[in-house]
Structures are given as structure tokens and as C-alpha cells.
Design a protein around this ligand. Sequence first.
Ligand SMILES: NC(=O)c1ccc[n+]([C@@H]2O[C@H](COP(=O)([O-])OP(=O)(O)OC[C@H]3O[C@@H](n4cnc5c(N)ncnc54)[C@H](OP(=O)(O)O)[C@@H]3O)[C@@H](O)[C@H]2O)c1
Length: 281
Amino acid sequence: MNFLSQLTGSFAQPCAENPTVAMVEAAYQHHGLDWRYINCEVAPEDLGDAVRGARAMNWAGFNCSIPHKVAVIEHLDGLGESARIIGAVNCAVRRDGKLIGENTDGKGFVESLREQVDPAGKSVVMFGAGGAARAIGVETALAGATHITVVNRSPERGEELAALLSEKTPATAEFVHWDGDYAVPTGTDIVVNATSIGLFPDVDARVPIDMETLTPQMVVADVIPNPPRTRLVRESEACGCTVIDGLGMLVNQGVIGIKYWTDQDVDPAVMRAKLEEIFGG
Ligand SMILES: NC(=O)c1ccc[n+]([C@@H]2O[C@H](COP(=O)([O-])OP(=O)(O)OC[C@H]3O[C@@H](n4cnc5c(N)ncnc54)[C@H](OP(=O)(O)O)[C@@H]3O)[C@@H](O)[C@H]2O)c1
């Protein structure tokens, strides 16, 4: 008999609306894993105590969400390669008694991308330069994308991300200031919305793209998980593009996190079904 469950969870503020717990617990249950994932409301000033608590209770690891992704680094023992380049951690993993910070956001995105297209050798246009865009840009570049155009409203963040990608990854990158409808250049293979445009409740918001420049050869990926069928996804599909919704990234970052913690490969379909139940497919 063993009444000791393995513990994982998430530290965030606010955390009540984060659906990751439902998705991860669905996988644990489906695979008969005696593991738990607990959503914890952690204020910024309590983050150090929360991490010490997780260490003391022998947690296998935890996810970090807003506002802890950068602040958590000083409480960890080391960083994985992409987390170091991105400068943010969304998943801490206990390895040989040490807590190592990883970033599974971009890895999850690349995994969902690979279901449609291998980013190796591809040219990418990415809208946004925030936390999600940094993770996606770095991982897509490390996965072999040759060129990334960062299109962003505020020049500072966009220029910084393009410089980071050029300097720290094998890809070339450039910044384009987003002003009006962006015409996607001929030869672009992958278009990514990594902004928060379209997130519930602002579901009718339009990503300013000249939709006439999209061609059926392009893959259009949206990071917005709620609703999954965003206006961009629907309109790109109508242009004949292959589309990827934000649930793919969310599910796959969860699959990768569970693999890090439990060393088990879990079924993404079970996790996606749980999210579709919550958000509507
Ligand atoms: N599917 C998943 O697993 C997953 C994982 C992580 C995040 N996400 C989603 O990714 C989105 C972005 O998250 P984040 O952490 O990167 O946020 P963030 O750091 O706040 O960055 C937001 C980005 O969106 C841009 N933006 C916001 N409103 C805009 C508008 N009206 N016009 C033009 N640009 C606009 C911002 O541009 P400025 O720099 O000009 O402000 C910035 O580049 C969120 O909606 C989140 O739900 C999804």
C-alpha cells in the first residue's frame, strides 16, 4: 500500500481561471498515475516561500504563470537551454534534487506546428513580441526555421526580440513595425499570431493582416486558446490556409511538462478533449 501521491501544480496570480489543472489531472487519471496537480494562488512577495514549500514537500515540479515567469529564476538551481535564451521559466522540474527551470510554451508550440509542418528551413512571420512570442520565436528558431520576421506594435519590444533571435539562435531575424494591415510577404511559410488579440471576451477583435496576401501554401497558427476557433483561424481557413489553434500549444506544453515530471508519455487527445469540453472545440 502507498498513500503518498506525487505532487505538481501551478503558481500564479490570478490562477482561478487557468484550465491547465483540468487538462493535467485528466491525463493523470487516464493513465492511472497517482499524481496530483494543484492550482496555487501565489502573490509576487510569496513566490520564494512557495518555491521553498515545494522543495520541502518534495514536489516533482510546478508550472509558473503570470506574474512569476521571470521572477522565479532566482529561486531555482539552474535553467534549461531555451529557458536561458528566452529569459523566462514556465515549468520547474526536480532533477537529482535540484529545481531546474524550463520553458515549455515554445516547445509546445513547435510540437503542435510539427503536426502540420516541420519548421526546419522555413520562413516565419510572427505577430507579437511578448512572453509567448519570445518563447515561440526562440524554439521555432532552434527547431531550424531560417528566417523570422517579428511584427509588433511597440518598436522597443519588437526590436529587442528580433535582436535576441539574431544573436542567440541560428536563425536570421528582422523587426517590422506594425502599422495598419500587414501584407504577408510572398515566400512566407508560417504565420503566427502570438499577440493577445482575439482572447475572450474580445472575440471579434481582428488581427490587422491583409488577408488577401495569405495563400493556401501558408500555415497560420494562433496562440489564443479561448476561443479555439478565433476570427483569425476562421478567416485564414476561408483563404485556404492550413490552420492551427491555440489548444495545440496548450496541450503540448502540458504533455512536455508531464514528461519532465513523471517520465511518462501521456495521450494529448485526452487533454485536448478536456479543454474542448471547457472551451468548446
Ligand atoms: N496557447 C497557449 O498555450 C498559450 C501560452 C502562452 C500564452 N498564450 C496566449 O498568448 C497571448 C499573449 O501572451 P503573452 O504572455 O505574450 O502576453 P504579453 O507579454 O502581454 O504580450 C502581448 C503581445 O500582444 C501585443 N498586443 C496586444 N494587444 C494588441 C493590439 N491590440 N494590437 C497589436 N498588438 C497587440 C503586444 O504588443 P505591444 O508590445 O505593442 O504591447 C505584445 O506583443 C495571450 O493571449 C495568451 O493567452 C497562449
